[in-house]
Design a protein around this ligand. Sequence first.
Ligand code: DC
Length: 254
Amino acid sequence: MSSVIATQINKKRKQKPNKSEKDALKVITIDGPAGSGKSTVASLVAKFLCWTYVTTGAIYRTLGWILKEEGVELSDVEGVKKCVQILVDKYRQDPKTGSVYLQDLDISERIRTPEASERASIIAKDAFIREKLLPVQRKVVISCDGAVVDGRDMGTIVFPESPLKIFLTAAPEERARRRAQEMRQKGLEVDMDALVKEIYERDERDASRSVAPMKPAIDAVYLDCTTQTADEIAQLILKHALDRGLVQFDGSPM
Ligand code: DC
């Protein structure tokens, strides 16, 4: 990323950190609807800061996958508890590649299908599951030395103490167009009308659920990337990180 902001950050890296900079929790949260570009933007920011990118949607997706594999219904409280425990014991994310594993099984692709998205969105409405997944998400993120984390309630519920919270959105049609492009690249067939409908339905479900609905934190920076590139948005976020002293100034890798 070659830009004025990147140059500013590189210059700042050579200066000494002040106390508030050293003490700040090294977590940037990015919330927003499906397909808003959160993952691309979060990866770019994480890469630039040498932090880890964590996508909490993958945790919900994985639990949905485990529940399906184990044949457990949401109404089965004991069964759900067991599946959550499997997740706690076996879930891991490769910090370099972002691939998601359950023990040694790479499930990255299996949890990326439209069916897995749908299932994740449905289980995400369940208050019991959300409560169980809260410490899992915190553990994954806090074990990283600096993380850019995306989801729906990162700034409001999971990391309310984050020094930089972003809410990233884009028009539903644009999000559908981007999702369609991704799917075509993977050789999947695309029904555009169905995709737009699915996006509207998922937004509605994620934003209207009674527990931890998707919404910007009160102190979040609201960014719309309908017409801006991921790189432009990432640079804006880096500028906010710089302004808030989140960038480490001692010359060591961030
Ligand atoms: O970010 P994603 O599309 O992979 O997320 C899949 C679903 O998981 C999404 O519909 C809502 C849910 N989710 C959530 O409720 N809270 C999170 N922090 C992350 C995801």
